[in-house]
Design a protein around this ligand. Structure first.
Ligand code: SF4
Ligand code: SF4
Length: 163
């Protein structure tokens, strides 16, 4: 149970994962938000209406994966750091965009350890891009290139010194 462990279960994740077919078409948001809290910036920040309107501020968000363009604007607006964007349209690697509020900030091209939701190392990842616009209010968005097998498990990363 996420209430006890802080980690989403397979059953939780199965409810929110875009299909492989959709992920292979291009970037798409994955909302790993499982607790009813008074919060809706994911809805208000989405410019294309991919997030269903909240009937109650405590509702869980619902994303229309076909309408989502994978723009990633919602990632840094989510105070729960619960939104990721996954893109499996490339042949050799998947791209996972993750919110990041730690130091040090990695450099583009740097190799880091990709971590799963429990902090275990999943694989090595290459930092493709670091977004840090003023509008993101210090929630960076880091683009990681990972093997396709890690597309749905890599959700954080660790900068490794001297690599
Ligand atoms: S990634 Fe862009 S289009 Fe998709 S839900 Fe987030 S803001 Fe909307
Ligand atoms: S902004 Fe983030 S934490 Fe808030 S409801 Fe949306 S996905 Fe959940």
């Amino acid at each position: 149970m996420i209430e006890n462990t802080g980690v989403a279960t397979k059953e939780d994740l199965a409810q929110v994962e875009p299909s492989l077919e959709r992920r292979e078409k291009g970037p798409v948001a994955v909302f790993e938000c499982f607790q009813e809290i008074p919060c809706n910036p994911c809805y208000t920040s989405c410019r294309v209406g991919a997030v269903e309107e909240f009937k109650d501020i405590n509702d869980l968000p619902h994303v229309d994966h076909d309408r989502c363009t994978g723009c990633g604007v919602c990632i840094s607006h989510c105070p729960g750091l619960a939104i990721f964007v996954v893109d499996q349209s490339h042949q050799d690697y998947a791209v996972v965009r993750v919110p990041y509020e730690f130091l040090p900030v990695p450099s583009e091209g740097q190799e880091v350890d990709a971590l799963d939701r429990e902090g275990n190392v999943v694989c090595r990842a290459r930092v493709r891009k670091v977004q840090n616009a003023k509008s993101q209010d210090k929630t960076l968005v880091v683009w990681l290139e990972v093997p396709h097998e890690a597309a749905m498990t890599a959700r954080n990363f660790r900068v490794v010194k001297d690599r």
